[in-house]
Design a protein around this ligand. Structure first.
Ligand SMILES: [Fe+2]
Length: 377
């Protein structure tokens, strides 16, 4: 206990979040620079940004805003879900509505001087944290964002449908957006009466159709939930989680609870619906991955885990950017080419000839954007 209460926190708490590099990327990435040519298209991705400091511009948001101001019109800012914590946007008649509107306003404000396109994708927290009012609250959020931005093409997939929704970005670049919470949601959700692909089979078949239709193009699949992750939603926990489980909720809570910690980790590994250990979640993973692997160099972009991660697997590039307003652990593994258990965002630059570069950024001590990792995909 003394070891837990004293030495471990001392070892870890002062260090701050540190990037994790795979042995093959450690150091060598710094020798790489982006091509001189102008990118055909740039995607800025920030997830889980729904708990901002609404009294002032959050430093992480400020960094991204600065990056966006320098971008041209051939670019997109995508919010990867969990745009409002903890349980989505209540109806206007409910108390605290204004408070939660402010969470969205803070994100919309990032794109103030951005020449590109901004879109939002829903996550489990937007769906009432996966509870009974999920569908209603997702629709509330869609309506609010569309009215606030005076644009009907900003929230995807539309009408809280599962998608898949195809968005052509450029002649050779397509984004396919999925509402993965629809798949996992155990309560009322729209079916084929409202959504063209509102059943499991229709949704999966249309995903396959869209991937086939866009073969030869650069395809980015965007959704809230990861298909590969070395974070808690991937069922991966460091030894410290057994001793300090409260850190899973607040990184500063170094309170030793060894027995409860192990129970918590066991629960999270046993198939919680929001984790990749869950049977239904796994079913989605297997179906999506088996399709994407037929189209090498597909990029799968997600939030949900509050970290930055890059995992290449069987020709598919899995990119997590869910560190908008929170941070969570990333467990080192040889398949993880890069991980960062702190806040930041991802950028994907697509150059002529389908040359694609991935970068991750955080805010440095002086408040400037600092690149943590870059890789040619
Ligand atoms: Fe989430």
């Amino acid at each position: 206990m003394l070891l837990g209460a004293g030495i471990l926190p001392a070892l870890f708490s002062c260090a701050g979040p540190r990037p994790i590099y795979n042995h093959s990327t450690d150091g060598s990435w710094q020798q790489l620079s982006l091509p001189q040519a102008r990118p055909e298209y740039t995607i800025f991705a920030l997830g889980d940004a729904g708990d901002p400091d609404t009294l002032r511009m959050d430093s992480n948001f400020g960094t991204l805003r600065h990056r966006l101001a320098a971008a041209g019109s051939n670019s997109m800012l995508i919010f990867l879900g969990d745009n409002i914590y903890p349980a989505g946007l209540p109806h206007p008649s409910e108390g605290r509505r204004k408070e939660f509107e402010a969470h969205l306003d803070a994100q919309i404000a990032i794109a103030d001087s951005f020449a590109g396109r901004t879109i939002f994708v829903p996550g489990n927290h937007d769906w009432d944290e996966g509870h009974v009012n999920g569908y209603i609250r997702a629709r509330e959020e869609e309506k609010y964002i569309e009215e606030k931005m005076q644009n009907a093409s900003v929230f995807y997939p539309e009408d809280a449908c599962p998608g898949p929704q195809e968005i052509p970005l450029d002649s050779g670049i397509t984004m396919i957006i999925l509402n993965t919470q629809w798949w996992l949601h155990p309560y009322a959700k729209p079916d084929t009466g409202i959504c063209p692909y509102g059943s499991d089979n229709l949704f999966l078949n249309e995903f396959e159709n869209l991937m086939r239709k866009n073969a030869g193009k650069k395809v980015i699949v965007a959704a809230h939930h990861p298909m590969e992750s070395q974070g808690p939603h991937g069922g991966k926990f460091p030894v410290t989680a057994h001793f300090f489980p409260l850190r899973e909720f607040n990184r500063k809570l170094w309170i030793p609870l060894p027995v409860l910690g192990s129970i918590y980790v066991l629960f999270r590994k046993s198939g919680y619906i929001q984790d990749l250990t869950n049977k239904r979640y796994k079913q989605l993973q297997q179906r999506l991955e088996s399709v994407m692997e037929q189209y090498p160099n597909t990029i799968y972009l997600n939030g949900h885990d509050h970290s930055l991660q890059y995992i290449p697997k069987n020709g598919v590039h899995y990119v997590t950017s869910g560190a908008g307003t929170e941070s969570s652990h990333v467990v080192k593994h040889k398949r993880l080419h890069f991980g960062y258990p702190g806040r930041g965002h991802a950028e994907i630059n697509i150059y002529p000839g389908n040359e694609v570069w991935l970068e991750f950024y955080r805010t440095d001590k002086s408040g400037k954007a600092e690149v943590l990792f870059r890789s040619k995909l």
